[in-house]
Design a protein around this ligand. Structure first.
Ligand code: FES
Length: 286
């Protein structure tokens, strides 16, 4: 089980436990008698007066019945023929206190429940494994046709920042040589594309493409790689690392979850030489 799944389960359990505790607390308060703890203790210790008082629920129920049938008492008075006004009877402060306390208790429980529920929901939303995009997942670049068009139009590999790679054309007439060197990336090469990780295999700088030489040239220490990422010069110990490409259905999908280590130094399947002046004078070899 993954860490995320455990975190989600823990969050759900916490929220349920919290809700149970709150529910239990509210029930306990509702069923408490009107007598205080000391009074009950005193009653128990010195007399036969052991009857517990009415519960909060009883009082509330009685109040509700009285509220629903307000006419009963008045009618009884009217029946006697007495027309004098009924005297104001003050509300029993104890009854009032109980209902008010219940009101506060319940609103508190409701508010805490809502808060806890909201917290749980946001935790779940945060931890829920969403469909990941970008580097580390499979990056959908578009149709094969469209990718070729963009490369040709720009006269340089297509840079996909989302996946931190370049898509470069791989010449069809070099496939026989590539067959002997490459593995998982071969399928994409056969479709005419290679996905090169932008990170220099020397010390990790981002390697830009030099449009004049038509090579990748690292500004940090002058490593050079040809258009398909094979090492041509500088301190880089191998060719550029790469990613597997899936072109099924004419769509280009690059899996950046696993980096394929670049080909060893000296690999040269295309024989492409620099096509113009270099962008980086590879003077600073370390
Ligand atoms: Fe690119 Fe050193 S990091 S050459």
């Amino acid at each position: 089980m993954s860490g995320t799944a455990i975190a989600i389960i823990a969050a759900v359990v916490l929220v349920i436990l919290g809700a149970l505790v709150l529910f239990g607390a509210s029930r306990r308060r509702d069923s408490q008698t009107l007598l205080s703890r000391e009074t009950i203790k005193k009653d128990k210790s010195d007399s036969t007066f052991l009857e517990p008082g009415p519960t909060g629920r009883d009082v509330e129920r009685a109040a509700q019945v009285a509220y629903r049938e307000p006419g009963t008492a008045v009618e009884a008075v009217a029946d006697t023929g007495d027309t004098s006004p009924v005297l104001y009877a003050p509300v029993d402060p104890e009854v009032l206190g109980v209902t008010r306390r219940q009101f506060f208790n319940r609103s508190m429980v409701t508010m805490m429940g809502v808060g806890l529920g909201g917290f749980g929901a946001s935790m779940l939303a945060f931890l829920w494994p969403g469909k990941s995009v970008g580097f580390g997942s499979t990056v959908q670049v578009g149709t094969l046709e469209n990718v070729f068009a963009q490369i040709d139009q720009g006269n340089q590999p297509l840079y996909v920042s989302e996946g931190r790679f370049y898509l470069s054309r791989y010449p069809a007439d070099s496939i026989t040589k590539a067959d002997k060197v490459y593995g998982a990336e071969l399928a994409g090469m056969k479709a005419g594309l290679v996905a090169l990780y932008q990170k220099c295999v020397h010390l990790g700088c981002r390697v830009p493409f030099c449009t004049t030489s038509q090579w990748f040239e690292c500004p940090c220490h002058g490593s050079q790689y040809n258009r398909v990422g094979e090492q041509k010069g500088g301190p880089a110990p191998r060719g550029l690392d790469r990613f597997a490409i899936d072109t099924s259905g004419g769509k280009v999908a690059v899996s950046t979850a696993a980096v394929i280590i670049g080909p060893p130094k000296g690999t040269n399947t295309t024989g492409q030489e620099a096509e113009g002046p270099h962008c980086i004078t590879s003077a600073a070899h370390h």
